[in-house]
Write a protein that binds this ligand. Structure first.
Ligand code: ADP
Ligand code: MG
Length: 257
């Protein structure tokens, strides 16, 4: 079966108006992402990475250009329809985790399921919701942390809760904007290992932004942005395995002790 484009953007621009000044954050970006891809986006600060991710994640609309998500013309949708398609298809993970502070890991993961009353969650009981949230936390290795609050978890664990929260919604695509930006190299490798596993075992399409070339080398494709344009789009010949990286990081940290 040939891969089919899950994401296709054509000549997307985004211009922010700041009073009299215009900021051209994206200056005509075209990109196709096939189902099952694992790719990273790199580029200097201010090059438009977050702007592009927010558009891909249906969190924001472009100024001009077209966006087809699973063959649906997203640029034509109103806010409600956009929210609907976002809930059904996209899991979004942020650099700063964005968890509710006084709420347990389990509740953080359950919350979007409570708000999702259509599609696969229609008529689902509280018990089933809890089960699904628990399973998602187990998938990211936090089965023994479900009742912890964010301040009782490390940064890496908080990010894993955020991934579980996205995962519970059964997204086709996982988008992450610098998910390892606030983490040490070990926690970063753990996050990348989870993304590799979700991609490999569940077929989830994964796109994440990173500043770290070593992290990017764990994906199969690297897209580079500069000044609001794509300047490179390369395949990675032999993507690194994050479990192996993790083992190396762990061995090095034991040596240091
Ligand atoms: P990156 O994520 O690569 O650092 P961004 O997409 O955040 O880049 O920003 C691209 C450009 O758009 C920058 O010049 C930034 O200052 C500007 N920008 C981003 N968001 C806004 C906004 N909400 N309003 C005005 N300008 C913005
Ligand atoms: Mg950014």
């Amino acid at each position: 079966m040939p891969d089919r484009s899950l994401i296709e953007i054509r000549d997307i621009t985004k211009t922010y108006r700041m009073g009299a000044v215009q900021v051209h954050a994206l200056r005509g970006v075209s990109l196709q992402v096939d189902e099952g891809e694992l790719l990273s986006i790199m580029g200097p600060s201010g090059s438009g990475k977050s702007t592009m991710m927010n558009i891909l994640g249906c969190l924001d609309q472009p100024t001009s250009g077209e966006y087809y998500l699973d063959s649906v013309d997203v640029s034509a949708l109103d806010d409600d329809a956009l929210a609907e398609i976002r809930n059904c298809k996209i899991g979004f993970v942020f650099q700063t985790f964005n968890l509710l502070p006084r709420t347990t890991a389990l509740q953080n993961v359950e919350l979007p399921l409570i708000y999702q009353q259509t599609g696969f969650m229609q008529g689902v009981s509280g018990r089933e919701r809890r089960q699904r949230a628990t399973q998602s936390l187990e998938m990211v290795g936090l089965g023994d942390r479900v009742h912890h609050r964010p301040n009782e978890l490390s940064g890496g664990e908080q990010q894993r809760v955020a991934i579980a929260r996205a995962l519970a919604m059964q997204p086709a695509i996982m988008l992450a904007d610098e998910p390892t930006g606030n983490l040490d190299s070990r926690s970063g490798a753990e996050i990348v290992a989870i993304f590799q596993r979700l991609n490999r075992e569940m077929g989830i399409t994964v796109v994440f932004v990173t500043h770290d070339p070593n992290i990017a080398l764990h994906t199969r494709r690297i897209v580079r942005l500069r000044d609001g344009r794509i300047v490179a789009d390369e395949q990675v010949e032999h993507p690194r395995d994050a479990e192996t990286t993790l083992a190396t990081v762990l061995a090095e940290s034991t040596e240091d002790e």
